[in-house]
Write a protein that binds this ligand. Sequence first.
Ligand code: ADP
Length: 589
Amino acid sequence: MFPKSPLIVIVAPFLLMVVLISGTLWHYGYRAALSDLARRGSADMALVLGGLVSDLQRYRDQAVALADHPTLTALNRPNARHQDSAAHRLLTASADRTGAAGLYYVDRGGNLLAGTGTRLPEGLATSAPFLRAMDGALGTAHTMSADGTERLFHFAAPSFGSDGKVRGALVAIADAENVEFGWRGLQTAVFLVDDRGRVFMSNRSELLGWRKVPQDTVLIPPNGAPIPFSRSLTTGYEIWQIDLGPYLPRRALQVSQTLPRIGMTGAALVNVAPARRIAGLQAGAVAGVLLFFGALLYLAQERRRTLARANAQLEGRVAERTATLTRTNLALRHEIRERQEAEAALKRAQAELVQAGKLSALGKMSAGISHELNQPLMAIRQFAANGGAFLHRGEPDRAAENLSRIDEMAHRMSRIIRNLRAFVRNENEPMGRVDMGRVIDTALEMTGARLTADAITLDWQAPSAPVWVRGGEVRLGQVMVNLITNAADAMAKSTNKRLTLTLIPGAPVTLCVRDTGPGIQEPEKIFDPFYSTKLVGDGEGMGLGLSISYGLVQSFGGQITGRNTETGAEFTVALEPWTDPAHVKKGAA
Ligand code: ADP
């Protein structure tokens, strides 16, 4: 339902975006920082070069000024004393003031007339600046010893005689180390490459003596072995990657400036590590923030998805349960309908059985009934004949007496017929209040002929007051007829025939039908339908009487049981007493 979107589909583009954004930021940050570094490098270099130019200017000015100093020019006179002490003092004091390494006054022939030292440095008389001074111009040069330890600036200023000719020169020598001294504190590595491609001055002593190929940026160490070097241009800035020792940046921004006045090129190497660090920090911070919010978003999204998934699962389960319940409901309804149908069928079958039972009982009673009806009929015939005779004899009173006996007999017959009709009628009798005493009387009336015919002694004390029970009069009558008929059947072969009926009011109302027959053969089976020990087809037993009675009594909420006593069988019917006060009042009225 919810395809688990692979992590890569969401996370990879996001990470790519973070990398792109932070990369762009890094680039811009780095560029901005580089421009700052370039400014700082240029400023540092300007400071260094400015200082250098002014230092060199000082030495040059000193040379020019001293060249025409009278104490020195006086030394050109033929009688003048060489190595005059005043001139020596002047030059020494001057050198001390400017920090010059040496000051020498030399005549045209290259002879030392006065100086801070007693001997002229070797090769000075033939050096280019001196020769240039002899030509009347200011000569400048720088020299470097082979091992690079001694680096000197030479300034030679011509000394003109009164005739305007050059008579000598003042040579000032400055130690480059003195000039460099002020640069040491600078963070930026600065070096000066001379016109011969040598690193002549630097605030990083390890660079001294390196060589730089013209038209190339590569620096070559004094031993000549090439070193790993690469150069790149980042937004117009030249970045060097070079290993120049522990005190020089491995990755540096290179800023250069030419110094035509002294014929050198100045270069500064500014460490770009701080710029990279700053740019990295900026980009890292932004990436961190993006990742943080991305993670939050992702978590929220995941949470939402988990919730949605759980929800869908729940809904699915609910739908499943609903479907199951609907199915169960349908099945239940179906079952209910089936049960209702079965119940209806059962009721129908029961009603049919009841009817069958009634007819069966009627069949059994038919002999007694015909006897019962025959007897009054015969009597009626007798009374009618008697009545006629009395009328003939002119005894109307006696005739009327006979007629009233006829009327009595007819009434008795009609009562018997009414009972039979009520018994056989197949109708739904409502449940209600029934006087149990009356029910027993009616049943006895219907079975009376049989009991008399079989010479059964009846032991029955009708109660003085009605005993009300809950039930149906006709159905209860049927139960009573069944029980009495069964008792009579059982006692058919008994010598002592006694039927005892007892009605005990109370809750429940208990009725006992006791006989003196042989007793019940299989008491556990007697209420089963079609169980009979009597001959079937003989008009005797159908095995339905007790099972129907059982069903009827149960339908009234009562109970019927059968057991053997010492004398015979005993059937007990327990019934609910009628309790509705409204009906009791009506009945009493
Ligand atoms: P039927 O009378 O048609 O046999 P019933 O259901 O009325 O059917 O009785 C079932 C059986 O119960 C009888 O066949 C008989 O064996 C037994 N029975 C009923 N009443 C008595 C009784 N009073 N004494 C002995 N056995 C009885």
